[in-house]
Design a binder for this molecule. Structure first.
Ligand SMILES: Cc1ncc(COP(=O)(O)O)c(C=O)c1O
Length: 446
């Protein structure tokens, strides 16, 4: 899994400028933070009992998790039944179909005005009727927060000159926030953690209820993963404020964020007016806005749900208060947690040539063993040098044993690399050969 990039945005409010870090999870293969969750859930399912071709996996999803599951399951010749509701964006539903998922639409709202409880009832029924079906259960499976503790959390601190002093995360199952919080608390208890929920949601308390329009954020029942220590404060954001923020950011910066990300940035802005306002807030942006063109970014949709005037008023309000978003000229997007954090072995300077086979071997091991899903790295061939006192050529050939028992053969030749070049080349090799992997490697293995 490649680390997602962070885009810096200057947010001006009442004459004060704060640089906000947007961690953009839309850069995952199916476009959301749920690609991480899908991996974590499937690995845990596979560990309980191997996923074999033909296995049927069932899950209730607002759409994004379904996409992540569909992508991985298709590569293993397994089936996915995605239980969705009418709020799943059309674009997501189309993508799910094209990825081979079977869709089961639940259109009966539950008694809290959402669909989650009805979707869960459907999943239980499907599993009762078909005892061979496997349920990933994103709502209760500890693998959900665990994957975010192991990957999302650490990425927030990698490679950046200054760590965030506050982290804002949207909640539905609460898995992302619980995992991120677990890591952040272990690093620095002073970092503020803010849960961003939808108005009418019951994710973090039992007081909510009512229709919610923005998919992905909020829930009809309390998160099984969150407890009061998981966050320092909660900001509940309504649909109009969410949509207004998405649209305002797009107008001023061109960045097209998904609904829950708009809510998260709204929470960042709201906190700026209180005492002890964070100076370096990080907003975890769970997905991008492309799939919401026909909802959040569509005027007809706003009219249909009676939101048009409220959204226009909010945007006028931002202008009146001098709220301005802009992309800083000198910074922009950078990757955190890419090869910058991989220390060369033996304290070799980055610019120095690779000097020994042991150094090269150590770099390979270090890079691959950082990948969570790699079970085993076996150097079945070795490096060779062409003489001189540094390695003039390094041939790397080895097998990486992957999650789900897949083998990834890697073989390449580097000419006279410096330490930095070698690390960089191996890292990008890992992302193409290894993390975007399954199709070629999986097919080869079968
Ligand atoms: C767009 C979006 N934002 C936020 C979330 C919340 O994530 P979690 O279920 O981990 O709380 C989801 C979950 O589906 C989502 O799709």
């Amino acid at each position: 899994m490649e680390p997602t990039p962070v885009t810096e945005v200057d947010m001006e409010c009442r004459g004060r400028v704060v640089r906000v870090l947007l961690k953009r999870e839309s850069h995952h293969p199916t476009g959301s933070v749920k690609d991480r969750t899908a991996r974590g859930l499937l690995v845990s399912l596979d560990r309980t009992r191997a996923l074999t071709p033909g296995t049927v996996v069932v899950e209730s999803t607002s759409g994004n998790l379904g996409l992540g599951l569909a992508r991985l399951l298709r590569r293993m010749d397994c089936r996915l039944i995605a239980v969705v509701d009418p709020r799943a964006p059309e674009a997501t539903v189309e993508a799910l179909r094209s990825m081979g998922a079977e869709l089961c639409l639940v259109d009966e709202p539950d008694h809290h005005g959402g669909y989650l409880l009805s979707r869960l009832q459907k999943v239980r029924q499907l599993c009762l009727d078909n005892p061979g079906y496997r349920w990933t259960d994103q709502y209760n499976n500890p693998a959900n927060p665990a994957i975010h503790r192991a990957t999302t959390g650490p990425e927030l601190f990698r490679g950046a000159p200054t760590a965030p002093d506050a982290v804002y995360v949207a909640v539905s199952t609460g898995g992302t926030l619980a995992g991120v919080a677990g890591h952040v608390r272990s690093v620095d208890r002073g970092i503020r953690i803010v849960a961003v929920d939808a108005e009418g949601s019951r994710s973090v308390d039992e007081h909510g209820g009512g229709e919610r329009l923005i998919p992905g954020i909020g829930s009809s029942r309390r998160s099984a993963f969150l407890h009061p220590g998981s966050y320092d404060s909660v900001v509940k954001v309504g649909a109009a404020a969410t949509v207004a923020m998405c649209r305002y950011i797009r107008q001023s910066t061109g960045l097209c964020l998904g609904g829950s990300s708009g809510a998260v940035v709204h929470a960042v802005l709201a906190d700026q007016t209180g005492p002890g306002a964070p100076r370096r807030p990080l907003a975890l942006c769970a997905d991008g806005g492309e799939k919401y063109e026909r909802t959040i970014y569509d005027d007809g949709w706003l009219e249909r749900y009676g939101l048009a005037d409220q959204v226009a008023d909010r945007i006028d309000g931002y202008r009146a208060e001098g709220v301005v978003f802009s992309l800083p000229a000198e910074s922009g997007e950078h990757h955190r947690g890419s090869d910058m954090h991989i220390r060369p072995p033996g304290r070799l300077p980055y610019g120095a040539p690779m000097q020994s086979r042991d150094d090269a071997r150590a770099v390979v091991r270090r890079i691959w063993s950082e990948e969570l899903f790699v079970e085993h790295v076996e150097l079945y061939d070795d490096f060779f040098d062409l003489g001189g006192d540094s390695l003039t050529a390094v041939r790397v050939a080895f097998r990486v044993q992957e999650e789900f028992g897949l083998d990834v053969p890697v073989e390449t030749l580097f000419m006279a690399p410096t330490v930095a070049e070698f690390i960089g080349a191996l890292s990008s090799l890992k992302s193409t050969e290894h993390t975007e992997p399954f199709r070629s490697s999986g097919e080869a293995a079968r």
